[in-house]
Ligand binder design. Structure first.
Ligand code: BES
Ligand code: ZN
Length: 460
């Protein structure tokens, strides 16, 4: 056993303790009330990097801070840039958690907490692997840079603005970008993700009468914002799962036959999938398989909806206001801004007289497909095999990481999306977890990744 392997074995508990410390910080980026906690998580990361002997600093943005750290350059070896996020989604609904979301609980081989898999646990694997190198070898075989942000869960505004500045390109310049914020294909089957969806997120606010009215006295004579909302949202998708926004599919890159065959060859069970999420049937766009719909076709989902009486019992009211949060997942080459324009025109034409509508464009990012054909990709596959004992399959996924396309454009580097999570990790939902064995396998894979990447000849 090498010194590195031995170090990883001996420090398993310490690695878990450190993760739990970070998980105790409620760094909820979408809720302004938690801004100081988000900063505290950023400072925690900064301290971690400094403890490793790296140069690290906090970069302030208009939103939450970015943490930037780097190890010294290594002559003749490439540079890797690790991206991750230390912010998390809100933990609601709280009553559905079996243990409090910010009191990490290690049980049945998992750690349960908000952010366990998305992304604190996954991101930290790339810090602990550097710790292993520093504490056994005294240095890394290549230069590693980190850019860890606190706004991924609300659109990455600060980091996107930072990347618009040319100087940041030099600071972040790297041969390979490493991101662990995705999932494995299944338990025991690691994956490298080569495609992610984009997103276009909105809030629709409808306002009718100046206050709630008696639905008997006024119903039928006054347009009801909740009724209008129902009709407007329903018009977005037809019975075949086709999105009805004019021109929506114009730029969609169709799935190739080869890709469809590759998806079909993966061992995916619809029955097991139904059971995992507790449904009796699946639905979606006609003419596409479940994996095709999840990974490579655009979708539309209402994410939240309000209006009228929500309390117990019945109340015959015609609400003065109603609204919804909804989003489209996009695929290459759809442009979120184009979608917004067409969506706005469509909704305006559907909005009945007597109701005022406001469509708020919350955030957007395009989808991405990265090239599998690079020596860095092969190096990553080898490292995963060393860490997980099995070579990865190559898959696409339906989630979005807004910064990926910006990295591609600003740094000219395709990201290596090496996911250690699982589909049943309850990402964004109650009882989020991360499998502790996957945490340790991820640390091991990352430890080997530095060696494998260092052997790839740098372009410079
Ligand atoms: N880790 C996810 C992205 C992800 C999820 C990738 C599932 C692959 C599979 C990431 O932290 C995330 O949740 N992103 C948001 C981005 C959005 C708020 C702009 C998402 O996808 O909803
Ligand atoms: Zn997330």
């Amino acid at each position: 056993m090498s010194d590195l392997d031995e170090y990883l074995e001996l420090n398993r508990d310490r690695f878990e303790e450190d993760l739990c410390e970070l998980l105790r910080i409620p760094s909820i980026s979408t809720d302004g009330e938690y801004a100081s906690e988000v900063r505290r998580a950023g400072e925690w990361m900064n301290d971690q990097f400094r403890d490793l002997g790296l140069e690290s600093r906090i970069i302030d943005t208009d939103g939450h801070p970015i943490v930037y750290a780097e190890s010294p350059p290594i002559e003749g070896a490439p540079t890797a840039l690790v991206y991750g996020h230390y912010d998390v989604q809100p933990p609601d609904p709280l009553e559905e958690w079996n243990s409090p979301p910010f009191e990490p609980d290690r049980r049945d081989g998992n750690v349960y907490a908000r952010g366990a898999t998305d992304d604190k646990g996954q991101m930290l694997t790339h810090v602990k692997s550097v710790q292993a190198w520093m504490e056994t070898e005294g240095k890394l075989p290549l230069q590693v840079k980190y850019v860890i942000e606190g706004e991924e869960e609300c659109g990455s505004g600060g980091l996107l603005a930072f990347l618009e500045n040319r100087e940041s390109h030099e600071l972040l310049a790297a041969d390979a970008v490493v991101i662990s914020d995705t999932s494995q294909f299944g338990p025991g089957q690691p994956a490298i993700t080569y495609g992610l969806k984009g997103i276009a997120y909105y809030e629709l606010h409808l306002t009718g009468p100046q206050q709630d009215l008696h639905s008997g006295s006024f119903g039928g004579a006054v347009a009801n914002p909740a009724n209008a909302l129902g009709r407007m949202l329903a018009a977005l998708v037809d019975e075949f799962g086709r999105i009805q926004v004019p021109g929506f599919y114009d730029d969609v890159v169709p799935l190739s036959d080869q890709e469809r065959q590759q998806f079909a060859a993966l061992p995916f069970s619809e029955e097991a999938f139904c059971e995992q999420i507790g449904v009796v049937a699946l639905g979606g766009e006609t003419g596409f398989s479940t994996l095709e719909r999840r990974w490579a076709r655009p979708t539309c989902d209402v994410n939240g909806i309000w209006g009228g009486y929500q309390g117990e019992g019945s109340k015959t009211v015609l609400p003065g206001r109603a609204g919804a949060k909804f989003s489209f997942r996009l695929v290459p080459d759809q442009d979120p801004q184009k979608v917004t324009q067409s969506l706005r025109e469509m909704l305006e034409s559907l909005c009945p007289p007597g109701i005022a509508m406001e469509l708020r464009d919350m955030h957007g990012a395009p989808g991405v497909v990265v090239s599998l054909d690079s020596p860095y990709m092969s190096a990553a596959a080898k490292a995963i095999e060393s860490g997980f004992g099995r070579s990865p399959v190559f898959i696409r996924q339906g989630g979005s990481i807004p910064i990926v396309t910006a990295f591609k454009e600003a740094l000219g580097a395709d990201p290596l999306l090496l996911g250690w999570g699982l589909d049943d990790d309850n990402t964004h939902s109650p009882n989020e977890k991360f499998c502790l064995s996957d945490y340790h396998r991820g640390i091991k894979a990352s430890t080997y990744l530095w060696r494998e990447l260092s052997r790839v000849e740098s372009d410079e």
